[in-house]
Design a protein around this ligand. Structure first.
Ligand SMILES: O=C(CO)[C@H](O)[C@H](O)COP(=O)(O)O
Length: 223
């Protein structure tokens, strides 16, 4: 059983006729977008906002109608994956580098549902390196200020010779903290650094987390 597919398809059950839906990024969100594509083909009317260029491309291939923020007031429901989920449903996101758009879309949503397999559940955030989107200008000074928060940083590469560039034209510093005991403090400290555009801590944003298991079980966690 594909646990990611299970969770993704379960979340899509919440999508209703006429909704504006935020489309997440990654290998779990992929399954939710695929399922939405099937429903649209069968006559469901929705409008969607993708969280990355890759999801936008997938949605276009599946004929899911897209809208921009200028055309809507609010997103009804956003479905997205996560890299880590703690017991209070705080998240690390951005493994795929889409954290800024993901956070803008989730923040603009009436309901934010996270989908994942069981490997994403943790007691404390921080084993997964925290992605932080930074401007190319001032990289070295921004990096030093982030390191002062007691973490090591690695500039993300797309391959051996190229720096990873986000959909917004920025860089990602992957930050290795020993453990993130209070995500809201780290979140605030990071975002106060001028060269930081956004960080991958999603604190108090997820209302529901749907976990898929390889044996076919599903677990729904709620705030
Ligand atoms: O935040 C993300 C992309 O920026 C993804 O949601 C996160 O990395 C989880 O991805 P996957 O479902 O492939 O494990």
């Amino acid at each position: 059983m594909n646990a990611k597919k299970l969770a993704g398809e379960k979340a899509v059950e919440q999508v209703k006729e006429g909704m504006v839906v935020g489309l997440g990024t990654g290998s779990t969100a992929y399954w939710a977008v695929q399922k939405l594509g099937e429903l649209v083909k069968d006559g469901l009317h929705i409008k969607a906002i993708p969280t990355s260029k890759s999801t936008e491309k997938l949605a276009i291939e599946l004929n899911i109608p897209l809208v921009s923020f200028s055309e809507i007031n609010e997103i009804d429901l956003t479905i997205d994956g996560a890299d880590e989920i703690n017991p209070t449903l705080d998240l690390i996101k951005g493994g795929g580098g889409a954290l800024l758009r993901e956070k803008i879309v989730a923040h603009s949503s009436k309901k934010f549902v996270v989908i994942a397999d069981e490997s994403k559940l943790v007691n404390h955030l921080g084993s997964f390196p925290l992605p932080v989107e930074v401007t190319p200008f001032g990289l070295d000074v921004t990096k030093r200020e982030i390191q002062n928060l007691r973490c090591n940083t690695i500039l993300r590469q797309s391959d051996a010779s190229n720096i990873f560039i986000t959909d917004n034209g920025n860089y990602i510093l992957d930050c290795y903290f020993e453990s993130i005991i209070d995500p809201s403090i780290i979140h605030t400290q990071l975002n106060m650094i001028p060269g930081v555009v956004e960080n991958g801590l999603f604190v108090n944003m997820a209302e529901q987390v749907i976990i898929g298991y390889n044996d076919g079980r599903l677990k729904v966690l709620e705030k």
